[in-house]
Design a binder for this molecule. Structure first.
Ligand SMILES: [Zn+2]
Ligand SMILES: [Zn+2]
Length: 151
């Protein structure tokens, strides 16, 4: 526990609900009997019901900690507490060509905080992601998270 979790960690878009109400963030791994939870409890709780959506809030502390870690993409400022809006979509470059990959939300915030920043969609991103980030950044103040932007 407490190990570093890389941003390449896989997302856990499903829920594994145990009979006593513990809800894990889970990832489907082939069939009903094979899923992994973000907290990496092993063996996976066999009597949990795997849900195919992420609608139910996670309440397993281990999963929350793991999900919390992976929901901060490299573009997120260390002092920005807001979670990622989704998967990493774009790369933001500053005027020295230093780049950080980010979700749309954090990339927008980063871009809004850079002078002469640019944004490029990753090859895997849906069309228009970079343009949305660019447009959103235009509506933001620099360092928006510092004064209650996330209230
Ligand atoms: Zn868990
Ligand atoms: Zn992010």
């Amino acid at each position: 526990m407490g190990a570093e979790v890389s941003i390449t960690a896989l997302p856990h878009p499903r829920r594994a609900v145990e009979p006593f109400g513990i809800v894990h963030a889970a990832r489907y791994a082939g069939d009903r009997q094979h899923f992994t939870t973000a907290c990496a409890v092993y063996p996976a709780p066999v009597d949990a019901v795997l849900e195919h959506t992420a609608d139910r809030p996670v309440n397993c502390p281990g999963c929350l900690a793991a999900v919390e870690t992976v929901t901060h993409c490299p573009a997120a400022h260390a002092e920005d507490p807001s979670p990622c809006s989704g998967p990493v979509m774009v790369t933001v470059l500053d005027k020295h060509n230093h780049g950080a990959a980010g979700c749309e939300q954090h990339a927008s915030r980063l871009l809004a905080s850079l002078e002469g920043g640019r944004v490029y969609g990753l090859p895997t991103a849906p069309e228009g992601a970079a343009i949305r980030v660019f447009n959103t950044a235009g509506t933001m103040r620099p360092f928006e998270w510092l004064d209650g932007g996330a209230s």
